[in-house]
Write a protein that binds this ligand. Structure first.
Ligand SMILES: [Zn+2]
Length: 107
């Protein structure tokens, strides 16, 4: 049994295609340009240049997330790589772990 069998990627393919198209439209919008010009990664809260930020879905499309403004956030490449297919609950756990580490090392 492979991973793709139990998360039903095939079944959700249409949903993903549709939401990806929506995400492209959002990427061209003034709303998104304002977001990335602020330059703050949603996950690590560090500041980046606009071109260093990528668009990320808080709830991944593969997990049923949608391309709405509430679900789209700017994300740096490092966080994007770390995140992948985690759910928000898993992200929160990871964040708590990171904060522990940061406090331990005095930032
Ligand atoms: Zn980040």
């Amino acid at each position: 049994m492979t991973v793709s069998e139990w998360i039903h990627i095939e079944k959700d393919q249409k949903h993903i295609v549709r939401e990806k198209l929506k995400a492209q439209a959002v990427r061209r919008s003034q709303w998104w340009k304002n977001k990335i010009s602020q330059g703050i990664c949603y996950y690590c809260q560090k500041t980046f240049l606009p071109h260093e930020l990528t668009m990320d879905h808080v709830v991944p499309l593969a997990r049923g997330g949608r391309s709405t403004r509430g679900n789209i956030v700017p994300c740096c490449k490092a966080c994007n790589n770390k995140k992948r297919y985690l759910t928000p609950a898993e992200i929160v756990l990871n964040k708590l772990k990171q904060q522990d580490t940061a406090e331990h090392f005095g930032k």
